[in-house]
Design a protein around this ligand. Structure first.
Ligand SMILES: Cc1cc2nc3c(=O)[nH]c(=O)nc-3n(C[C@H](O)[C@H](O)[C@H](O)COP(=O)(O)O)c2cc1C
Length: 217
């Protein structure tokens, strides 16, 4: 093993901060997610809403990337993106997706699995119009996930749309909007000492109610 690989193999962390018991987690995983989110916020962790989104394409090949959680309601987890992007094409053929949060300062991971759907266009409009002007122009200017010949392509597009929308309210591009992940499985992971972590997992049963179980770490 090279020195570098040995160094990587030697990186390890024991998790001692907290424990997770069934009573604390309760019966409603969305409610409990909000509690953990609030605790991450109170701990002043940056970008707590950054989450990994995993999708699979038509050949079953997985693809993962970070997106930002922008809304959470009783229906699910909302983020915004380009509908024509690689992820947009993946979910058009396979709506089964996974989300992952890792709040390392709290030694916590949350895994979410479910089905994705486009949010209501009016909701996408409302969020789009709340964004800074530059981000709105950017949504028009970037053919997300497409090869571009040069960085300059973006600058040229940006200038073009800046001019085009200089006197009018910037409309939401038809290819840009929100998705909601409707969860059917949510797992809360709290790191514990000696790799004896706590894992509490919720699964929605056929009747639509959440069943909780504890998984071995
Ligand atoms: C911290 C962070 C936040 C991001 N947030 C978003 C987001 O909310 N929406 C989005 O489309 N891409 C976001 N991205 C970029 C994506 O990771 C990705 O590069 C892009 O969406 C293209 O992915 P795709 O080609 O798989 O569709 C973010 C990246 C990082 C590192």
């Amino acid at each position: 093993m090279s020195q570098h690989a040995k160094h990587i193999a030697d990186i390890r962390q024991d998790y001692l901060l907290a424990a997770l018991d069934d009573e604390t987690v309760g019966d409603d995983p969305l409610l409990f997610f909000r509690n953990w989110f609030a605790e991450a916020e109170a701990a002043e962790i940056t970008e707590i809403n950054a989450m990994t989104l995993a999708t699979a394409d038509g050949q079953g090949r997985p693809h993962a990337r970070i997106v930002l959680l922008k809304g959470l309601d009783d229906l699910g987890f909302v983020f915004f993106t380009n509908y024509d992007s690689a992820k947009g094409q993946d979910v058009a053929v396979n709506p089964q997706v996974a989300l992952l949060f890792f709040w390392k300062e709290l030694e916590r991971q949350v895994r979410i699995e479910g089905v994705i759907e486009k949010i209501d266009p009016a909701e996408s409009d409302a969020y789009f119009h709340s964004r800074p002007v530059g981000s709105r122009i950017g949504a028009w200017s970037s053919p997300q996930s497409q090869p571009i010949a040069h960085r300059n392509v973006l600058d040229v597009n940006f200038e073009r749309y800046q001019k085009e929308f200089s006197d009018i309210e910037i409309p939401r591009p038809p290819h840009w909007g929100g998705y909601r992940v409707v969860a059917s499985r949510i797992e809360f992971w709290q790191g514990r000492s000696s790799r004896m972590h706590d894992r509490l997992m919720f699964e929605k049963n056929a009747a639509g109610s959440w069943q909780r179980s504890r998984l071995a770490p």
